[in-house]
Design a protein around this ligand. Structure first.
Ligand code: NAD
Length: 488
């Protein structure tokens, strides 16, 4: 089993332990055993990170030297690519990614996204000429400028840690902000190593800071409440997102939230390769721990039996293909923690009580190892009002819901407090028209890729506020200023 390096704090350009030299255990999801340890930040450490980010923003030219900053960020992203092998190991042993998911999706997906952000930076308009206007009897030449918002607190989850860290940190730094990253307690090293690499390429002290902590809330609450922090960019659960809005309200903090989802996978009756498409809806990749994962399968009543048969076959064939730590083609490993395992497992009874029929899975699988293994699970005969159809489970659980016609499919897809992602398969024009009516921040039509580093990503409704990635994801970290210069 891998022994990962210590996850250290990175504050004001220095890599160091916490002020009281305390560490906590980093538990590996594959084995349930300790795979490393992480510095356990004190409140004084978090305060120092906030102070150093504030100082770097207020007293250096980081935010104003756009070209210099862009060059340094290119060096930083290249250095992240150079550490690809290390990052793959961290995603496997710390985040529990299977080999077939770690390199391609977790790491290359994140690093390609960083490359995309570097390109999007070139499209940022820092100053616009809005022309001369005669107002109040004289001419005024008007400019609109875009400036970095200031100090950013980036609070991230454990499921795809490098991807989420980069979406915030690289975008905010490119915008000219200074950043304090607070990774999830379960994935400290993926944050910490980004600090280590920042130091190696010479990012100015204080511009980027990382604080790891065993306490899920302490550091995040300090960042959220401190008036010295201008913006919180948060990815995580909707419940904590709401708390962040509340805690940020007294200082009218800008809050930018990427939250949960319960997205729909809609198969129309004219979808090409109907059975194949239905099989593709299995929630197995990274054990279903993806916020935009379409976890409600909507199939037409007219082809419902066909769909259930296809799923039965697909799930039966998959049992020997998951939970294999050293198999390069394996895409599904364990859940992140015992806590998540218990939570996901509790939905088996909830689904049965709701009246759904368990077609496959539903059990903890200790035969796969001592880690946190839950088998691929599928409920059929579901209605959209069941708890398993409304609540985000964040595990390998698919719920299958029959619908009457196109209008009914749109209604079911939209009857959710969430609105993050989704997929639809059918004849292209019909599917596209329906995709436009589904109220989510991204939609894939016939398998098209709607989530990449150069496209905006975010949620409608309780899936969040704001957009990450793409040009829009950099602009989230900018303020807008109007300037009038008297010209006559
Ligand atoms: P979580 O909300 O429990 O924690 C997220 C982060 O918030 C962690 O770093 C945690 O330590 C911190 N936190 C906890 N309490 C806090 C508080 N009171 N104040 C400030 N910070 C606090 O979520 P999780 O369990 O780590 O991640 C799973 C959730 O994340 C799922 O709901 C999933 O949908 C969501 N997610 C969303 C996206 C997206 O882009 N929309 C991406 C990945 C994950």
């Amino acid at each position: 089993m891998s022994n990962l390096q210590d996850a250290m704090l990175y504050i004001n350009g220095e890599i160091r332990p916490s002020s009281d030299n305390a560490y906590y255990d980093n538990i590996g999801p594959w084995t349930g055993e300790v795979v490393g340890r992480a510095a356990d930040a004190t409140a004084a450490d978090v305060q120092q990170a906030i102070d150093s980010a504030r100082h770097a923003f207020d007293h250096t030219d980081w935010s104003s030297q756009h070209e210099q900053r862009h060059e340094l960020m290119k060096k930083y992203v290249k250095a992240l690519w150079d550490k690809r092998a290390l990052l793959v190991d961290i995603s496997r042993f710390e985040a529990g990614a299977a080999m077939g998911a770690a390199a391609r999706a977790h790491i290359d997906g994140a690093l390609n996204g960083a490359d995309d952000l570097l390109k999007c930076f070139e499209q940022v308009t820092w100053q616009e000429d809005r022309g001369v206007k005669n107002e109040n009897g004289f001419d005024t030449k008007r400019l609109v400028t875009h400036e970095a918002v200031g100090v950013v607190g980036a609070i991230t989850p454990w499921n795809v840690p490098l991807y989420v860290n980069i979406g915030k940190v690289v975008a905010a730094l490119l915008a000219g902000c200074t950043v304090i990253l607070k990774p999830a307690p379960d994935t400290p090293l993926m944050g910490s190593v980004m600090g280590e690499i920042a130091q190696q390429v010479g990012l100015p002290p204080g511009v980027f800071n990382v604080v790891t902590s065993s306490d899920p809330a302490m550091a995040g609450e300090m960042l959220t409440k401190d008036p010295a922090v201008d913006l919180i960019s948060f990815t995580g659960s909707t419940a904590v997102g709401k708390l962040i809005m509340q805690n940020g309200a007294p200082s009218l903090k800008r809050v930018f939230l990427e939250l949960g989802g319960k997205s729909a996978f809609v198969v129309l009756d004219d979808a090409p390769n109907f059975a194949q498409t239905v099989m593709g809806s299995m929630v197995v990749f990274h054990a279903g721990q993806g916020c935009a994962y379409p976890t409600r399968l909507l199939v037409p009543k007219s082809r419902y039996d066909e769909a259930v048969k296809a799923l039965e076959m697909a799930y039966a064939g998959f049992d020997s293909k998951w939970g294999l730590q050293d198999e390069p083609s394996c895409i599904m490993g364990p859940l992140i923690s015992k806590k998540q395992l218990d939570r996901v497992a509790s939905y088996t009874d909830i689904g049965k009580q709701d009246g759904a029929r368990l077609l496959a899975g539903g059990k903890v699988r200790s035969d796969k190892g001592n880690g946190f293994f839950f088998e691929p699970t599928c409920f059929v005969d579901c209605t959209n009002d069941m708890r398993i159809a409304q609540e985000e489970i964040f595990g390998p659980v698919l719920v299958v819901i029959p619908y009457e016609d196109d209008e009914d499919a749109i209604r079911v897809a939209n009857e959710s407090v969430y609105g993050l992602g989704g997929a639809i398969f059918g004849s292209t024009e019909r599917a596209l028209e329906m995709a436009k009516k589904i109220r989510t921040g991204s939609m894939s039509v016939n398998g098209g890729t709607s989530i990449t580093g150069d496209l905006p990503f975010g949620g409608y409704k309780q899936s969040g506020i704001g957009r990450e990635w793409g040009l829009e994801g950099i602009e989230e970290f900018l303020e807008t200023k109007a300037i009038g210069i008297r010209a006559s």
